[in-house]
Every structure is written in structure tokens, then in C-alpha cells.
Design a binder for this molecule. Sequence first.
Ligand SMILES: [Zn+2]
Length: 457
Amino acid sequence: MHKCNLTIDFANLLRGKVRISFQAKIDAPIAFMICEAFNFQNGPCLVEGLVGASFENDRISFEGRERRLAYDLNFPFTECLGSCSEHDLAYPYRNDEEFYLGGGALPTPYSSVGVPLAVSCQVQYLRLPDSFHITDTFSDSNANEEQLAQFFLFGEKRAHAFTPKIVHVDPEIRMHYTADRAAETMNMEDIVFNTTKSCLSFYIGELGLPVQTQIKFLHLLSPLDFKQKVPWPSFSTGHNVLNGIVVTAPDDCEMMKGIFGVPSYLDFIIQGIVHEIGHFWTSAGEAKTKSILFATDHCPHLDRKLLGESLNGYFTVPIQSLLFDLPRDTFWKTTIEARLRKALKTGRPECWINLFLVDSMLQKHHGIRLWDIYRGLIELGRKKGFNGFSDLSFLTEYIRSLKLGVNIEQIEKLLQITTPSDYFGPLTQALTYCRIDLAQSKDGPVFSKYNSDFFPL
Ligand SMILES: [Zn+2]
């Protein structure tokens, strides 16, 4: 763990820029730094005035022995315009009322073999105008290497700030949102937290009090035409960072339906929060230590997706269906049906079906649910600490260790189905067990009727 300092000087904030300085000890084994904002060379100037280092081939290299550098970060936009898909940069913006910067704006240190270097970085703010109040996701002004890479820092004028309320759910969640945006008109706090509360209590009831005790929720809103306002590729949805969730999507019904399959912006917000809280308390997809269970760098993509993103979705989406007053049987009928259709159309596996097959098999032959296994893994990860799973054997070895007489080869086979037509045999069995009738129709299998009390959770 290497100690370093990062200073953000706001002296020129009102002129549209902040000065960022980084310093580590001379003997710190930092070979180079990465700061995504430096990759944006065409279009509005994002960074300038680099001293102490030079930028070439995506990397910032120090000049001489000193491990210090400084540069200006500009705010070329006046509203939230999402993030760049190519370079993992949250587009910084500033207006009279607020400013925002996030992932890709700060430099992160790398070792000579090209892996992020573990650091403990003191973050200091200088000369912040009195009228601004800051919310960030650093831990008591300290950031590790992950927090330098993924974070949010939001400043707002006190006079216009929506007073953050502590919502009485465990853990504590604080919401901040922009002064003049949709949030207030939708009375977000009441709706979001009343409806997601049941999900939160479900997780706490099942998993015990989570490790993550405070999650800061930042709600920004992109304009409908955000893509046209950036000269670089842009997407605007939301994501979680260590200690926080940030939402940036536009209030665009068509986009919500097309990309997320939800009927409205509010549904998207609720789904997003439930999904991300699921990640915080259980398993991670691409990201790392903010979740209990996460993949190592060498984990194969499909294994990572299956045990991270898909498992989280498999257990959070059904809870959300309750929030939307959708009966669970209808939910599973339409979900499996839709996933199967999609798999057959794209020729690619749909991880949910693999999980559904394993879940049904465990319940049918051993009276144990996939959720019980998942919960066991999470408890184990909490108790013993966890360094990441490297492949599917993380799950299968745990099942083996329970000595339930489970046919592990069979489980592996189901998890590893990658050819959609191979779903038919085991899916027919699983659906029969679940008392779901499968009928054939011209556009693929559909369930003609469903009269089951079976729920994967
Ligand atoms: Zn996710």
C-alpha cells in the first residue's frame, strides 16, 4: 500500500476549470498513470497544462524521479451528458448551480507490469467557493486505487441544494439530486424508497446486515438529445461506484422500453437502484471489491457473467417484479419464454436459462434452492474474506462441499450450455417439474399454460 496525495484546487471553478495535482513518494513503484480524460484530443479541450509528466499512448509517464504531476481539468459542458463508452470517462459538467466529475477524470497509478498499484490516497479540496457544498464517494477524504478510477464528486450551491434526507432503511442511503430536475416533481424519495424497501428488507433478512453501510445515491438527468451534444460517443444510464450509485439517464420513455424493457423512467430508477444494491451486497460483474463476490482478472468472460451479472439479476429482478405488482408466475413465464426466444434468435446462450435449469435440478433432486447456495457463498465470502473467483468451479466446488450427493458433472454441463438448441432437453424436464406446459408455436416455444407454485426464489 503506497501513500499518496491528490489535491483538487477549485480557485478557477467559476472560470470552468479545476487544477488536479498528484504526488507520491519518490520511491513509490509507480511506472505510469492512466487518466482517461487525456485520451480526448479532438473536440472541446478536457485537460491542459500538464506538468511533471508527459502523455503518450494512453499513458502518463513521469519526467525524472519525482512522482508528481499536475493538470487542469476543464468543464466543457453545462449539463449531464453521460459517459463515453470507448474510454470510460464520465463527461464532467458545470453550470451556475452545480458541477460534476466522475470516473476517468483523476489519474490512477500503475505498476511496471501494467496492473493498478494499491494506494492509499489522501484527497484534499482547496479554495472551494463558499457557496458550494460537495458530496463525494471517497472514504473520509481517502481513496484507494479503485476509488480514484471510479467515483463521483458533485458540488452544488447550498441555497439551491435539495436537502439530502436520511432515509430510514438499513443501511443508510443518502440521495442527492440536481436542483432543477425531475427529482422533486416525481417526489422521488417517497416513491423510490417506499417501493424498494421491501427488496432491501428481503436482502437484510436473508443475508444479515450488509458490509456496505452507506450508499450515496446521486441522481442526475441527461437531456433527451444528450448524444447530439457530445462530439464523442456517449451513453447515459447509471452505474455503481465504491460507496455510491449514480444515475444519469434521460427521462426518455422510448429508451427505457428499448434498452431496459421497463415502461417508464421511474421504473428504470427503481430497477436500477435494486439492481445496484444487489451488486453491493452480493456479486459483481466486471467490477471488483465493492461487492462480496467478484471475479479475478483471469476469469473467463462467460463464467464471470454467469456468477456475477446474471446471478445478481436472477435474484434481484424477481423481487422487482413484486414491486411492480407483477405476479411472480407471470414474471417467470414471460421471462423464460423471452430469454429462450432471444437465445434462439441470436444463437448465443442466455445465462438465466442456465441458472434456471440448475435451480430446478437442485430443487427437484435435493430440495435446495440456488438461492441457498448463493447465500452460502456470500456468507462464506464475508466470514473468510475473498480474493475473487477464477471460474465456475467456485460455485460447483461449494456445492460439492455441502455433501448433498449432487451430481456435479450434471451441474457443470447445465451451466456450460452455450448452444441454445441444447436447452430444449433439460428445459423440458425443468418445466415439467415446475408444472409448466410447453407448447410449440411458429416463433419458438411458448408456455400455453402455467399453474405452478414454483418460484426460483
Ligand atoms: Zn449489473
